[in-house]
Design a protein around this ligand. Structure first.
Ligand SMILES: [Zn+2]
Ligand SMILES: [Zn+2]
Length: 208
């Protein structure tokens, strides 16, 4: 599947990038490393076709993404090849954002198969599910997001996170319904988006 990155998204993102760099001048997030143009060009040109995907000719790391490196005086840099390829056309990926493969092919460096997502939007897309931006997996608008005081990182430290308050209520209602109606099929209004019959334009679908 091929979908382009909208010009509006790129323009918005450029504003966020400037803001991000101003706000944290001392810390350098991973995507603050400036990829030289020659490296972007190499990543953008060395690939073999697989349908509409451009399969990078660079080596694939254990995380499944192709990587490209360069030497700058004493410093050795390695970045993701798809990011370098995308940045040739679009400029740097803004801080706090990440590139998401619409084609789900991690070694693909075709820029039109990539879209910019905030780290939050990217992190909440798990299990191969995708849905429109600005809503949760069950289609509730982001205005229902609330801070999640229980969120922990892998080390058990508290992190500022968000969760959908509508989904929390839905989960509670499903739990209570199951307790009172064991074995019966869940009513339609308590189904999660991924459990509802799929039709065109549905809020959730599984990308394969
Ligand atoms: Zn692709
Ligand atoms: Zn929700």
């Amino acid at each position: 599947m091929t979908r382009g990155v909208s010009l509006l998204a790129v323009a918005t993102v450029a504003g966020v990038e400037r803001q991000g760099h101003q706000m944290c001048p001392s810390r350098r997030p991973w995507n603050a490393i400036l990829i030289p143009i020659r490296v972007r060009e190499r990543a953008h040109s060395k690939w073999v076709p697989d349908g509409e995907c451009w399969i990078s000719s660079y080596s694939v790391a254990s995380h499944g993404y192709a990587q490209i490196g360069w030497q700058n005086k004493d410093e050795r840099h390695v970045v993701l090849a798809h990011r370098a390829s995308w940045e040739l056309l679009n400029g740097p990926v803004p801080v706090g954002h990440t590139l998401d493969h619409l084609c789900k092919n991690r070694t693909c460096v075709n820029p039109v198969h990539l879209r910019v997502l905030t780290n939050f939007e990217n992190a909440r897309r798990t299990g191969g599910l995708d849905w429109p931006l600005g809503v949760c997996a069950n289609g509730h608008p982001d205005r229902f997001l609330v801070e999640d005081p229980h969120r922990r990182d892998k080390m058990g430290n508290q992190r500022i996170g968000h969760r959908c308050s509508k989904c929390v209520s839905l989960s509670r209602a499903r739990y209570l319904w199951r307790k009172r109606n064991s074995g019966k099929p869940m009513p339609f209004d308590l189904l999660l988006a991924r459990e509802k019959p799929q039709r065109n334009g549905s809020a959730s679908r599984i990308l394969t």
